[in-house]
Design a protein around this ligand. Structure first.
Ligand code: WQD
Length: 346
């Protein structure tokens, strides 16, 4: 039996593929490689010693999706594929609704045609929007503040409706907080296109000299040092959480939502200090105006995942920064050369 991983060459998908292979699962990947690097597949093999079968297709291409299901005896699906840049989603909402929502409809239609009804879905804490109480639990009202977050909310609702129409389905909706870090091998990690939107990849590029300084978006929030607080979770902890969710959907039917975070928050200034310690590099920064749409504080109540999945994050901010630095300072630059070459060869 095989696990299909859509978006398996992406940041969280690739780390999950490593954990699946290490656990002895057979996997097959579908990835359009629009926002990921085919070299990741070689790196996954280098880490695990196992070959991976990958299909360079878009989920919107239903005939190609069907071909993969026809060729492989798929037992369950881990669905990571999707666009995830908040700012881009504001500028190009239709692109996000079509890609994220419609491709999930197609995926579920083909799953149903082939009698596959076990699904782990990559959702996001962005569905909560700016909350006024922390820690956030799964019953918190959903008020996504951007089209990207709304696509995740719509997909969650669609999967709820799918389950209620056919209760043979078994679905886990995983709401990630702020995934950061990289595999300890330094061979895979976050590889954002262009100037990073998110804090850690931006800091990491300042540390390696690609960017000259960090712009801290506001230091007048009602927090310990005035800067924004988030629940950063190591991407390997997150990947392991997906395996716990997979075991859950394999052993039951139903639909369940789980927060995947650490349950504690770090401020921007605390993350800067942790990264300076991990990298031995100074991170120059200036204080700027708040970024619109940012919440002051956001961190998870993860007790449901602990009780029902038997999972909790174990890696702290120091490991997240150390692993990010190893990835950035050893391998990511090599990647960029390859990516540039790949893009010019396309
Ligand atoms: C973290 C903190 C910023 C950049 C986003 C997406 C969310 C999810 C995770 C996909 C905030 C501050 C940031 C910078 C800064 N992605 N910051 N300077 O906004 O919590 O969540 O990534 O699911 O959808 O919204 O993460 O890393 O952008 O910001 O000061 O250059 O760092 O203000 O307090 P965020 P982030």
């Amino acid at each position: 039996m095989t696990i299909l991983v859509t978006g398996g060459a992406g940041y969280i998908g690739s780390h999950t593929c490593v954990e699946l292979l290490n656990k002895g699962y057979d996997i097959v990947i579908m990835d359009s490689f629009e926002n990921s690097n085919p070299n990741v597949l070689k790196r996954i093999t280098e880490i695990t010693g196992k070959q991976v079968k990958a299909y360079p297709i878009r989920l919107l291409d239903k005939a190609s999706v069907r071909e993969v299901f026809a060729k492989h005896n798929i037992e369950a699906v881990m669905h990571f594929a999707g666009y995830k840049a908040v700012g881009e989603s504001v500028s190009f909402p239709l692109k996000y609704y079509r890609n994220n929502v419609h491709s999930t409809v197609i995926l579920c239609e083909v799953m149903r045609e082939y009698g596959v009804n076990k699904l782990v879905f990559s959702s996001s804490a962005t569905v909560y929007g700016a909350v006024n109480q922390v820690p956030i639990d799964e019953n918190t009202e959903l008020k996504p503040a951007n089209p990207y977050g709304r696509t995740k909310q719509i997909i969650e609702g669609m999967l709820q409706d799918l389950y209620f129409s056919d209760q043979r389905w078994s679905i886990a909706l995983l709401r990630y907080f702020n995934p950061i870090g990289a595999h300890t091998s330094g061979l895979i990690g976050e590889d954002p296109n262009g100037i990073p939107n998110n804090l850690l990849p931006y800091i990491s590029q300042v540390a390696v000299g690609k960017l000259d300084k960090l712009h801290v978006f506001g230091n007048d929030y009602p927090t310990k040092d005035g800067t924004g607080i988030r629940d950063y979770i190591h991407v390997v902890d997150l990947a392991i959480g997906h395996l716990s969710a997979l075991e859950n959907v394999q052993s039951s039917t139903g639909i369940n939502t789980f927060n995947l975070g650490t349950g504690r928050g770090y401020s921007v200034l605390e993350v800067i200090a942790a990264f300076e310690k991990a990298s031995g590099r100074a991170i120059p920064y200036t204080i700027e105006a708040r970024r619109s749409g940012d919440a002051a504080i956001c961190y998870a109540n993860c007790s449901k995942a602990k009780e029902q999945l038997g999972w909790q994050a174990t890696r702290g901010i120091d490991a997240m920064c150390k692993d990010t630095w190893r990835w950035q300072s050893t391998n990511l630059n090599g990647y960029e050369e390859v990516t540039k070459r790949n893009k010019t060869n396309v």
